[in-house]
Design a protein around this ligand. Sequence first.
Ligand code: UTP
Length: 292
Amino acid sequence: MKKIRKAVLPVAGLGTRFLPATKAIPKEMLPVVDRPLIQHVVDEAREAGIEHFIFVTGRNKAVIEDHFDRQYELEVTLTERRRFADLEHLERDLPVPGQTSFTRQQSPLGLGHAVWCARDIIGEEPFALLLPDVLVQAERGCLGQMMDAYREINEPANVIAVEEMAPERLHEYGVVGAGRTVGKAFEITSMVEKPARGKAPSSLIITGRYILQPEIFQFLETQSWGMGGEIQLTDAMIRLALSQPFYGVKFEGRAFDCGSKIGFLVANIAYALARPDIGPKLRKNLEEILRE
Ligand code: UTP
């Protein structure tokens, strides 16, 4: 079975739910504590063994490329001030030269279209797809857990991370139907994007992490406009599922939808509380605020 070496990170969306913050700053650069969202997701992919990061960017997203490059003046200043620990942190986050690619989605025509923009860089390999506005706080990263399940499945299959959602919110998400269990995964028997109320096949929603076979590109190529006038990834996956197996992985950990204001704020609190340097102080402050 081919190793999964490459990950696609679509970052071309407009982030309209965060206006005006995202007028000049990409949503993916908003910090959760002191690391941009996109850095958290790259960390997770790296931990799972990903070697090459493909960013699908758009206009006003150049700072994402800068973030993954050296900042020469900063490095000189930190050296002069003998702030070696900060320097070391910056160095650790730098991708290996030649292991990032940036391609442009000229218009935000949907997630499916953004993924399709990476087809030439991916080639004929299975790949990971991580949506940077979903963060998963877990002991072993979500993609790492999916990789473990993928190895157990041991056939060219597609794998989707799923989580339980309250019945009254299922209509906002992509929902999968669950079949037979296979190791840490289960067979996906159906997929629906934003099902009508009461019509969802289960309470398991698609959560922003995927392992996909390269055949997905053939379906994205011919995919017609879907919900919201966008090329939807789920529509192409539904067609691919007629000829290739799909599995779901109920990951261990807590997911935050950082594309929404509440999810983003809660993620900041959860990640900060987990940090030994600021967690205890923040807890005290929060307790004070809640008492008032
Ligand atoms: P979202 O739909 O959550 O992001 O897409 P958005 O469109 O930027 O946000 P709102 O709804 O306007 O606030 C999930 C991910 O897919 C990327 C986004 O950048 C985000 O990381 N995306 C979405 C693209 O790269 N291209 C698209 O056409 C749409």
